[in-house]
Design a protein around this ligand. Structure first.
Ligand SMILES: Nc1ncnc2c1ncn2[C@@H]1O[C@H](COP(=O)(O)OP(=O)(O)OP(=O)(O)O)[C@@H](O)[C@H]1O
Length: 224
């Protein structure tokens, strides 16, 4: 199996608070993994460790076999920027920029010139049904449209892994199901692995592997 991300014995403390307890996790290229668990169980904290945003207190997270902890800050930032994507519950778009400019950001940050970046972004946005809205400011979008832009931005640079923290949690159930379908279809089409945190069992059912988190302890759910 072609493992892209592996966590071994990951602990995360915030002061006295033991948010993640000895988590082991591995993700194959193109795999979709869902993590469920109640509020406060440590899902977001684990995601931050897996994404190299927070260094674990103990244990190791490796990307293609290289521990994040061995990378100098600049290399770690470049890896996060170029090989990883993020989708959050509220999209977290830049409201002063247009749809196209938001979606093109990862490409611009990777040094691709503006015209080319916008051509690629527009292709992805069209696949998400946003072809008519390329020049619209994101502050003028509906929730579902904004979340599609966030999906486009997370996938446009064809990252190896996308982390999604309740990516459709702010949408009504019809919109959520649609955006999630489009997101997973696009990710699977380009073999981007996805780690998705969700409260929704229907969402988790669409993943290749399912985990639960309870009081900081991660456990894989085995299909019966
Ligand atoms: N920056 C922080 N400082 C101190 N404690 C924190 C911090 N962030 C989270 N916690 C605590 O760590 C625990 C895990 O929080 P985390 O946000 O990872 O849970 P979660 O499962 O993602 O919750 P939710 O589903 O509500 O987003 C909680 O008890 C939370 O209060």
């Amino acid at each position: 199996m072609d493992t892209v991300l592996r966590a071994e014995g990951v602990d995360l403390f915030y002061g006295e608070q033991h948010a993640v307890r000895k988590a082991d996790f591995s993700l194959a290229r193109g795999e979709v993994a869902a993590i469920m668990g109640s509020s406060g169980s440590g899902k977001s904290s684990l995601l931050y460790c897996l994404a190299g945003v927070l260094p674990p207190t103990n244990g190791t997270v490796s990307f293609e076999g290289v521990p994040f902890s061995t990378l100098p800050d600049e290399e770690l930032s470049a890896l996060r920027r170029e090989r990883i994507g993020f989708v959050f519950q509220y999209g977290e778009l830049l409201s002063e920029l247009t749809v196209e400019e938001n979606a093109a950001l990862p490409l611009r940050l990777a040094g691709i010139d503006k015209d080319r970046a916008h051509v690629i972004a527009a292709q992805v946005l069209r696949r998400l049904g946003l072809g008519e809205l390329l020049r619209r400011r994101t502050s003028k979008l509906s929730g579902g449209q904004a979340q599609r832009v966030a999906v486009a931005r997370a996938l446009v640079h064809r990252p190896d892994v996308v982390f999604a923290d309740e990516p459709t949690g702010a949408l009504d159930s019809t919109n959520a199901a649609q955006v999630l379908d489009e997101f997973l279809q696009l990710a699977r089409g380009q073999r981007t692995a996805v780690v998705i945190v969700t409260h929704d069992a229907d969402v988790a059912a669409r993943a290749d592997s399912q985990y639960t988190m309870s009081d900081g302890v991660l456990a894989q759910r085995v299909a019966v």
